[in-house]
Design a protein around this ligand. Sequence first.
Ligand code: 5GP
Ligand code: MN
Length: 345
Amino acid sequence: MLSKVISEDLIRKTADALEKAERIVIVVHVAPDGDAVGSALGMWHYCMTLDKDPVVIVPTAFPDFFDWMPGADRIVVYEKDKEKADDLLQKAQLIFALDFNVPQRLAGMAEAVVQAPAKKILVDHHLQPGDFAQVVISYPSISSTSELVFRLICRMGDFEKINLAAAECIYTGMMTDTGGFTFNSNKQEIYTIISELIKLGVDKDDIYRRVFNTYSEHRVRLMGYCLYKKMKIYPEYKAALITLTEKELLEFNYRIGDTEGFVNIPLSIAGIDFSVFMREDGEKVKISLRSQGSFPANRFAADVFGGGGHLNASGGESYSSLEAAIDKFENSLPLFKDFLEFDEQ
Ligand code: 5GP
Ligand code: MN
């Protein structure tokens, strides 16, 4: 038996809203990752079994290593199909907002979602949920939104309605948001859920290969280049920085998702507990921050780059040059020295 986690009141409100709504839209954050796509499609498959009319809308495209996910071909990309997406949002009776805490994480789609007349249900695991939804299912201690979707469906008494397609999507989200169960993954119940998903037919080894072992040659060479030429180590701050200019990305034929996971690699170096990756992206610099132990990547992201996220996985953006972002990073490291853990001598 799983512990309850989601409060009874929220379960009741969600079940009630689902019963009343026909046209359901499911939205997730900009630059969707595995948990965003997985939780959205998990919910989408579930709504399909209820004979509803659900649509997943993502603000921007997702990496093509998620294309195999059942239902991925039906996802509407706001940036590419704005008119259709705006119409769907306006006509929706219920909107599920998954895997983000505040509308700003929807980038160009934020206003359309906030203004939509539909009832909104937030299901998320980031800190500090915003107040744009009528029902707020926010549990930052849970390692993925996909896990929350599984729990939500079960608590509504609908475990039987989780089919293999939904199970595969939910598993993908749980796997990617824990780096293949290498962080945020010590809770026993994660494995109880996985066991249920495997019973439903999920081939977890195959999903791992589809997501992590189908990269392009360009991506792998770009990774090599980053580690060989572009990784700077700051031993006194237990930190590492990798940066890529737009020109370099172009040289390696960059496609969305190609730099996913690069930020984690320096953490495999002994003595490195904080890793930052920056890449030029049009007029902004996209910044990813990862830490291990108690070093607060989210606080660094918030204080230095106006971003946020989880303790060990955060992000932010900078609208000045890459050089300025690097300067900011280097100047801020000393301010965070007190958060570093050093072994007792
Ligand atoms: P990633 O580095 O994979 O883009 O993001 C890691 C986590 O950081 C995300 O799950 C999200 O919680 C958070 N995050 C990423 N970018 C931003 C951002 O621009 N602003 C805020 N507040 N959080 C972000
Ligand atoms: Mn997530």
